[in-house]
Structures are given as structure tokens and as C-alpha cells.
Design a protein around this ligand. Structure first.
Ligand code: PLP
Length: 407
């Protein structure tokens, strides 16, 4: 038997077993849940769990406050809803992100305008953002894709110069750092998701870091129908529309225990991601995702690109060959950029109208870097349960498939 014969051609796969996994929840979560139930209320305003979850998250970031929500989408909606924008205003964001990034914008009647991305890592840059800023732009919603921080220094300088609010979508980037700053603490709001796929899970849930203390009560109210519960019977003097995006004590309880696990989860993912980076960098023709000098990526997933013309069958052949070796890989993070999703392409957010898109002149998205990113990247999964064995298998499989497919 020839050890170098690709598994896709009938050779022996590099990795045969199932990928490792492990428990994400344990006694700590159970004890917190028991305490939550023993409070005899699961409502955040009367209980202690959501409050403790949010305040611990704020403390970890040195931020004045945090608001817990039903989802990451909800945290983004609360951030955007707290900016006092008018329907028809434009917000610049990324075309390669979870759809949740734009949902709150559209419910607020705002128009997402898509900035191009750096094809080496799928991140917006100050240059690509500035290229689409118009006199209608009011905010920039920066997405730290895959746990890799955007150039927040440059984005903040641009926002200050153009009078724009900066909001960070940190759903994939818990504890990532831009220089010495944790992501979520540079913009006016930092939004996180605790859905079941993210670094930590409360089933569903979200967190909003508030970096300006003056925004704290407004953001808290926007997540709770604009009720001002601290005012007692006057709480329903509502002057602006807001949804109910409140987290329950059950999620808050699990969140408290999950936050204790977060630093070690992040550390293990970083070690795995950095290991993949080194393995990929050793292979001529492959390039690992670019992380800015001085920044810390927390690898919600890992990406690499293959130089054009170097490998027979290109990117897709490498992906298929890796999968056959028993190691997951996929082509690109999304099938299409957001602007090709029918609702955005056809400008039909609401039935029977083109609102809010018809409130402003139409922008034709022009994002060649984003499209290149989707066409050229290979996505590899990262998990806190992957250790040295999986890392060595990926390194071996990458060597094997690239030498076999080298043109
Ligand atoms: C997961 C995610 C969201 C949405 O979070 P939900 O909790 O699923 O609503 C938003 N933006 C990005 C970048 C995400 O990865």
C-alpha cells in the first residue's frame, strides 16, 4: 500500500476516527440553573442571574455596562436602535457575515451599504469603508470575521473624522484583541452572540457592551420595549418604538458559568489556529489568513488560500481531497455575499413595498475583494476540543494533498 496515495483515489485516509468533542456544560451550569429556579422568578428585572452575567462580562472588558439580549442579532439591533438614526440613513457593513448583522438595521428602516473586504481575511478596512461613505452614512458596523479583529484604530479614526458611530459585531470574536484593546471596547457598542455555535453558549443569547456610560440606560430600555422600569409606574411613557429582546434568568445562569470557561476555550482555539497557521505557512503555494501585526485572533474558524495555478483542480480539488483524508474543510464561508440574498437583491424586506431601500438612492454593491475571498478561501473548522493529534493530522493531510496535486 502506498502511503502517499490520496484517500480520494483509494488511498488510506490520514485521519480515520471521529473528530474529538467533549462536554461544554457541567456542574457549574447546573448549580447556577438551580439557583436561578430557586429565586422563584425567571425575569431579569427581579432576578440576579442576567444582571450578574452582564456585569461580569462588562467587568472582563473594563466597560461601564453590558446589556444581555435574546440573541446576537438582538444585541446588534439594540446597538443600532440606541443610535437615534432616522429611517433612510445608511450604515456601512460587511457583505460576508451572518445575516443577523443586517436584520436590526432593516427593522430600524436603515439601509445597509456593503463595503469591500480584504480578500486575504474577509475584513473591512478603513479604505474600503471610506469608499462607500456618503452624506447619508451615519454609522459603521464592523464585523470581526472568524475572530480576527478589523483595523479598529483606522476605523475609529475614520468614524471620528466623518462623524459616524462605530459599532462592532464581535459575535465570532470573544476576547480577540486589536493591539491591547479587547474587541467590543473600541466602538460605541460591541455586540456578541451566545448562540450554540459560538465560543460560549446559552442556547441562544447575546451581549452588548456599552463603552459610553451615557448610553447604558438607553440601550437597556431599547432591549425592553423602551420601558424605563427604574421609573416605577411611569415606565410606560414610551416615546419611541422598541422590541422586547430580554434575556431570561435561565440563559443568564448558564452564561455566568460559561464566562468562567471562556478564557480557556479561547486559549485552546488560539493555540489550534496558530498551529494551523504555522503548518500552512510551511507549504509553498498556500497562505494562511492574514492577522494584523499586534492583533490577537481567536479563530472561530480558520481560512487559507491557495495560489492560483499551483494546484491541479485549484481550491475545490484541495477541499475534496482534504475531506477524503477524514478532515473537514469547505470552500468559502458563505455561498454568496449578503447582497445576493434575494431579499437584499430584490429590495423586498417588507411585503408590498421597497421600504426602507426606497428612502435613499440605490447603491450597486462593488465588492471584488469580498467575492475573491469567497471564491478562493478554504475554511477549516476550529474547536476547543481539537488538540495536538488533530493539528498533526491537518498538517500531514495538507502536506499530502498539496504534494499530490501540485501542478
Ligand atoms: C452568530 C452571528 C450573529 C448573530 O448571532 P445570533 O445569536 O445567531 O443572532 C451576528 N453576526 C455574526 C458575525 C455572527 O457570527
Amino acid at each position: 500500500m502506498c502511503a502517499d496515495k490520496l484517500a480520494i483515489d483509494g488511498g488510506t485516509p490520514v485521519f480515520a476516527g471521529p473528530l474529538p468533542t467533549g462536554p461544554r456544560f457541567g456542574e457549574e451550569e447546573l448549580a447556577e440553573l438551580k439557583e436561578a429556579l430557586d429565586q422563584n422568578t425567571l425575569f431579569y428585572f427581579y432576578g440576579q442571574k442576567v444582571k450578574a452575567f452582564a456585569s461580569e462580562f462588562a467587568r472582563m472588558h473594563g466597560a461601564p455596562a453590558a446589556v444581555a439580549t435574546t440573541s446576537g442579532t438582538a444585541a446588534l439591533h439594540v446597538a443600532i436602535g440606541s443610535l437615534d438614526l432616522t429611517p433612510g440613513d445608511e450604515v456601512v457593513t460587511s457583505p460576508i457575515t451572518d445575516f443577523g448583522t443586517v436584520i436590526g438595521l432593516l427593522y430600524q428602516g436603515l439601509i445597509p451599504v456593503f463595503a469591500d473586504l480584504d480578500p486575504s481575511n474577509g475584513l473591512m478596512t478603513p479604505q474600503t469603508v471610506e469608499a462607500v461613505v456618503t452624506e447619508r452614512t451615519r454609522a459603521v458596523l464592523a464585523v470581526h470575521l472568524a475572530g480576527n479583529p478589523c483595523d479598529l484604530t483606522g476605523l475609529r479614526a475614520l468614524c471620528e473624522r466623518r462623524g459616524l458611530a462605530l459599532v462592532e459585531d464581535c459575535a465570532q470574536a470573544f476576547l480577540a484583541r486589536h493591539g491591547n484593546s479587547l474587541v467590543g471596547t473600541v466602538g460605541r457598542f460591541g455586540c456578541f452572540s451566545t448562540n450554540d455555535y459560538k465560543h460560549i453558549s446559552t442556547g441562544d443569547g447575546g451581549l452588548l457592551l456599552v463603552t459610553d456610560a451615557a448610553d447604558a440606560s438607553k440601550a437597556a430600555a431599547f432591549a425592553d420595549k423602551n420601558y424605563r422600569r427604574e421609573l416605577g409606574s411611569a415606565m410606560r411613557r414610551i416615546d419611541l418604538l422598541a422590541p422586547n429582546l430580554r434575556m431570561t434568568e435561565l440563559q443568564g445562569a448558564v452564561g455566568i458559568a460559561q464566562l468562567k470557561r471562556l478564557p480557556s476555550i479561547v486559549e485552546r482555539r488560539q493555540a489550534f489556529g496558530d498551529g494551523l497557521r504555522a503548518a500552512v505557512a510551511r507549504i509553498p503555494g498556500l497562505t494562511p489568513m492574514a492577522v494584523r501585526q499586534g492583533d490577537t485572533c481567536v479563530y472561530w474558524f480558520f481560512t487559507l488560500t491557495a495560489e492560483a495555478g499551483v494546484f491541479r483542480g485549484g481550491r475545490d480539488a484541495l477541499v475534496e481531497a482534504l475531506k477524503a483524508e477524514g478532515l473537514p474543510a469547505r470552500p468559502g464561508y458563505l455561498e454568496e455575499p449578503l447582497y445576493n440574498v434575494p431579499m437584499l437583491k430584490n429590495r423586498t424586506a417588507f411585503p408590498g413595498t421597497h421600504y426602507p431601500f426606497d428612502l435613499a438612492p440605490q447603491h450597486e454593491p462593488d465588492c471584488p475583494g469580498a467575492e475573491r475571498y469567497l471564491a478562493e478561501t478554504i475554511v477549516l473548522p476550529v474547536s476547543e476540543f481539537y488538540g495536538a493529534e488533530i493539528l498533526a493530522s491537518y498538517a500531514q493531510a495538507l502536506e499530502k494533498v498539496t504534494s499530490a496535486l501540485r501542478a
